[in-house]
Design a protein around this ligand. Structure first.
Ligand code: SAJ
Length: 412
């Protein structure tokens, strides 16, 4: 089949390559010319385990382009960010993608929306545009199949995770399901289009709310005087309890954003907004710990370890590090950042040695595996303080090297 994949980002590109590797002829469409040139030169625009090998195998069936071609299938995997000023989804990229498809849409074509969208988007926004060039809704197929892969394990999860597919008609669902079985080994569950849209948001909201609970526990643990990490481990021995991990805040383009796609469509939500508020306040809590450690120091310097939104990825979208950095610089701190995964960031990045030079406190924000390997004896600092917001370093090792260690959520 000839398949157009619109949007060659973290989801679209792996999807396009998996389909190309399954012997389909794939046109990868993007508006970013620099990205297209890179791909034409055989270079990947981002890192993801296994993607290099897949690209090598699938390249012959994959053509990067800035426009769609007539074909059999159109998969839309463009970003759907949140407009932070009004907390409403910005669906302009979806609209642009559908605008590109409708003039070339033919009878029997299948259109699949993979981007995460507020419930109702497929029917209210996508369908009318697809119909605007003459076809009626019985002449083509429309389905929503939300992506569920987690950055860092995208390919593995795309192949092995279960999928939800909701078609506008039953035939649309079946057609989309058949396509995904070309590379997906997981179960594929069928539903209607609006339920599929909502399920994706429910999944990420579940996670956000549960991380908020863990974060609230960590703050209460500090007040009460216990170690929340030990508490969570013990509580999770219960067969029906599975508490997530506290942290410096929830980043990434999904979990910190998707819950608001739900609340924007409702006047009744309380818990979802509250969870967002709790998670968004975690950088402030981290900053309060920094002040406790550095309050006496004149013109303190701090070192942020890990500006990615989570461990072992190079993605900085919505990273809590940004808020911590802004809060700190606003209060006169000098901030130096170190991240062995990230190459490009709004704030200057330093090598390890330089990042800690003259520093008064290290703050572990993303839990990159490299931080476990650091020998604290080799760090030359002005004052040896470390705040671990992820409970990831070997406390004893750092204390032996003369560090004053503070683990977030642990009263000690
Ligand atoms: N985090 C915590 N504590 C935890 C787990 C995560 O503080 O116990 C933080 C992370 O550090 C990070 C943020 O939450 O800042 C989100 O990380 P994540 O690993 O939970 O999720 P994402 O955003 O990388 O990917 C999620 C996944 N959704 C679920 O697990 C329900 C993924 O399957 C989705 O495909 C993806 O969102 C998406 O695109 O929607």
């Amino acid at each position: 089949m000839k398949i157009n994949v619109l949007g060659l980002g973290y989801i679209g590109l792996p999807t396009a390559l998996l389909l190309a590797d399954s012997s389909h002829e794939v046109i990868g469409v993007d508006i970013d010319e620099e990205k297209l040139e890179k791909l034409k030169d055989g270079e990947l625009p981002f890192k993801e385990p296994g993607l290099d090998e897949l690209f090598d195998k699938a390249r012959d069936n994959f053509t990067p382009k800035n426009e769609v071609e007539k074909g059999d299938v159109f998969i839309i995997a463009v970003p759907t960010p949140l407009d932070r000023t009004i907390n409403v989804a910005d669906l302009r990229s979806v609209k642009k993608a559908v605008d590109m498809i409708s003039p070339v849409l033919q009878e029997e074509n299948l259109v699949i929306l993979e981007s995460t969208v507020p419930p109702g988007t497929s029917k209210n926004l996508v369908l009318p545009i697809l119909k605007s060039d003459g076809l009626n809704e019985n002449q083509f197929y429309l389905a929503h199949s939300p992506e569920r892969a987690i950055p860092g394990k995208t390919l593995k999860e795309m192949i092995n995770n279960d999928r939800i597919i909701g078609g506008l008609s039953e035939k649309a669902t079946k057609k989309a399901k058949k396509l995904y079985t070309d590379f997906s080994k997981g179960d594929i569950f069928e539903t209607d289009i609006k339920t599929a849209e909502m399920v994706k948001l429910m999944e990420n909201t579940f996670r956000d709310v549960n991380i908020a609970l863990a974060n609230e526990f960590s703050r209460i643990a500090e007040d009460v005087g216990i170690d929340v990490w030990e508490g969570i481990e013990l509580a999770n021995n219960h067969p029906r309890v599975d508490i997530l991990n506290p942290g410096p805040g929830v980043g990434g383009h999904c979990i910190s954003v998707d819950p608001l796609f739900l609340t924007a469509n409702s006047t009744t939500s309380k818990m979802i907004n509250l969870a967002r508020e709790i998670n968004d306040s975690m950088p402030n809590f981290v900053m309060s710990l920094v002040k406790e450690k550095t309050g006496e120091i004149e013109q303190p310097t701090i070192s942020i370890f890990g500006v990615a939104y989570k461990g072992n990825v190079d993605d900085t979208r919505e990273t809590p590090a940004k808020k911590i950095i802004r809060l700190a610089t606003n209060q006169g701190y000098e901030v130096k950042c170190y991240d062995p995964h990230v190459k490009k960031f709004d704030h200057e990045l330093f090598e390890l040695e330089e990042a800690v030079e003259d520093s008064d406190c290290i703050i572990i924000v993303a839990d990159h595996k490299e931080f476990k390997e650091i020998d604290p004896n080799e760090l030359e600092m002005e004052n040896k303080n470390v705040i671990d917001s992820r409970n990831m370093i070997d406390r004893e090792k750092w204390e032996k090297a003369g560090f004053d260690v503070k683990v977030m959520g642990n009263h000690l």
